[in-house]
Write a protein that binds this ligand. Structure first.
Ligand SMILES: Nc1ncnc2c1ncn2[C@@H]1O[C@H](COP(=O)(O)OP(=O)(O)OP(=O)(O)O)[C@@H](O)[C@H]1O
Ligand SMILES: [Mg+2]
Length: 245
């Protein structure tokens, strides 16, 4: 792996750019600086892994990327669009159209079947993938009528991936997507996510505290105490199926 300074990395296909981004949380009298002077660039179609210890600011960074929370200072760009300059309506459109999100604990609706959970995206009136097609992509077409409680953790996570990719987002964000899974199931989920980048050309950003996952990434962003400590470009990322942990 080779270290590259982000400032030198000004390729034309930059999809995300952070310019001196800061995030301060205020809870009553308590002020906490969760992100400080973050500068980074992510290229279109890259698989990016954000690594760092608990409390270092990984989820905060991911939330900024997806327009789920606002930066306190600095500027964030998605392509030529400045996210930090959008009003609430435009920001909502950005999240709805361009961003798919996968969480550690799936966030499926328990009273809806696998199919219905994925099909929710169609109700938004977006240009979505056929819901059955999305379930097929994650190998779960035959379980479409099962409720989340009738599926294993790995299967529920695959439904949540189907739901996220069904809207064909440019950007797929994942916060500890394998956190609740065993190694084999986790590897399958990582393979699905890597394919989203390699086969489907989506930009995939994954937060984890498992160092091993750095090996499958095109780019690794190391976060520590709210700052980007290092950005590593991986010339030869491993296939997710080869990963051992
Ligand atoms: N809404 C909030 N209000 C106040 N402080 C917050 C809020 N969200 C996060 N923080 C604080 O910001 C810091 C970074 O939190 P963040 O969730 O980004 O960490 P993380 O790297 O994702 O950690 P973990 O690996 O445990 O998920 C933590 O100290 C956390 O307590
Ligand atoms: Mg987190």
């Amino acid at each position: 792996m080779k270290q590259v300074k982000t400032t030198e990395n000004t390729a034309a296909n930059v999809i995300i750019r952070f310019e001196d981004v800061g995030k301060i949380y205020k809870t009553g009298q308590v002020v906490y600086e969760a992100l400080k002077h973050v500068n980074l660039e992510i290229l279109d179609g890259e698989l990016v892994v954000i690594l760092g210890p608990s409390g270092s600011g990984k989820s905060t960074l991911l939330n900024m990327l997806g327009g789920l929370d606002s930066a306190t200072s600095g500027r964030i760009f998605f392509g030529s669009k400045e996210i930090t300059a959008l009003d609430d309506k435009k920001l909502g459109e950005f999240r709805a159209l361009d961003v798919g999100i996968i969480f550690q604990f799936y966030n499926l609706i328990p009273t809806l079947t696998a199919y219905e959970n994925v099909d929710l995206m169609n109700d938004l009136g977006l240009d979505t993938m056929d819901s059955l097609e999305a379930l097929k992509m994650v190998g779960l077409a035959e379980r479409r009528n099962n409720f989340p409680s009738q599926l294993s953790g790995g299967q529920q996570q695959r439904v949540s991936i189907a739901r996220a990719i069904a809207k064909k987002p440019k950007l797929l964000l994942c916060d500890e997507p394998t956190g609740a899974l065993d190694t084999n199931t986790g590897r399958e989920v990582l393979k699905l996510l890597q394919d989203q980048s390699r086969v489907h050309g989506r930009t995939v950003v994954m937060v984890t505290h498992n160092d091993m996952f750095a090996e499958i990434a095109d780019k690794v962003i190391m976060v520590k105490n709210g700052t980007v400590e290092e950005v590593i470009v991986n010339e030869k990322p491993k296939d997710a199926d080869e990963l051992e942990w």
